[in-house]
Design a protein around this ligand. Sequence first.
Ligand SMILES: Nc1ncnc2c1ncn2[C@@H]1O[C@H](COP(=O)(O)OP(=O)(O)OP(=O)(O)O)[C@@H](O)[C@H]1O
Length: 314
Amino acid sequence: MTLTITDMTVAYGDRVVLENISFTLNEGQIIGLVAPNGTGKTTLFNAIMRFIPVRSGTIEVDGTAYSAKDKDVLALHKLITFFPNQADLHENFSGTEHIQMYADMWSGKRDQVQAIIKRLEMEDYVDRKVSTYSLGMRQRLCFAMVVAADTPIMFMDEVMNGLDPENVSLVSDILIDLRRDGKIIMVASHLLDNLDEYADKVFFLKDKQLHFVFDHHVDKIDYFKLMCTQKQAEKLEESIALPEGTMHLGNSMLCIPLETLNEKEQLALYQMIRQMKDGALTVGPLGTGEYYSHLYGLELHSYDRGHEHETEPV
Ligand SMILES: Nc1ncnc2c1ncn2[C@@H]1O[C@H](COP(=O)(O)OP(=O)(O)OP(=O)(O)O)[C@@H](O)[C@H]1O
C-alpha cells in the first residue's frame, strides 16, 4: 500500500499554513512529523483526512485519488484512523467499550480487544468509567482504540503526550510491531530522541513546506558532538580550523563533521577538545534533536548557565 500526497496547499481563510506539500509513504514505514508548535502538523493530518478543506492537491492511496466527496471521504476513513482526541472520549463509558467500538467500526475484530488490553497493560483499569482515568490512562486508551481499528494507515498525533517513560517505551514497542504488520504510521511528536528509536524517516515542516526529510536508513556521517558554550566554541575556532559544515546548535552543542578530516586531523582536533574543561564529547551521526536545533535555530538557554569559563583556556 502507498499513500501519496501531491502539491497539497491548506489555508484557514487567507492564511496559508501548508503550501505544495508532496510525499509518498510506503507500507511498513513509520514517519516522524516534527515542527514547533503551531506550524501545521495537525493541519496536515486533518487535511489528508479531509476534516478541513484543501485548497489544492491530491490524496491517493494505491494510486486511487480520494476527493472531498462524501463517498470518497467514507472510503478514505476506512483506510486511515486518526488518533482520537482525549476530549472526544465518553466519560460514562469504560475503556473496554471504547476499544470495542473502534474494533466494531473498523476492523470488526472484537476477539483481539482483550489481547490489546493485555499488551497495553490496561487490565487493572480498563473496565472502569473513563471519568476515573488519569491523563496517561486516557492516552493509552486512545492508542488502544487505534490499534483495535487496525487500519492500514494510522495517524498518531501527539501519541506520547502525558505518558510516563515506561509507557512511552511500551507504545514505542507496539508501533514497531505495527510496522512489522505492514502499517503506514505517521507520528507527530515533540519527543525527538524517542523518534530516533523507531522512525524510518522524519519530516520537518518549516515555512509552510516539507522543509527537510531525515532518513534514518541513509548512510549517516559521524560528527564530534561537543557540549560547550558559544565562547568556548569561538575559542576553539580561533585555535584550529574547523571543517565546513560545523554547526553550533542551540548555543550548546558544537557539531563537527569528521567526513573531510583525515586521521591526523581528527586526532589533532580531539586533543584540542580534550583540553577544554566540561566539554562533554560524543561521536556519532546527528539525530532528530540535533537536526531540529539546526533547522529551527533552537536556543537551549540552560546550558550557558553555570558553564561560563571566561578565564579558562580552551
Ligand atoms: N481551525 C483553525 N482556524 C484557523 N487557524 C487555525 C485553525 N487550526 C489551526 N490553525 C492555525 O494553523 C497553524 C497550524 O496549527 P496546527 O494545529 O496545525 O499546528 P501544530 O504543528 O499541530 O501545533 P502543535 O505542536 O501546537 O500541536 C497555527 O498557526 C494555528 O493557529
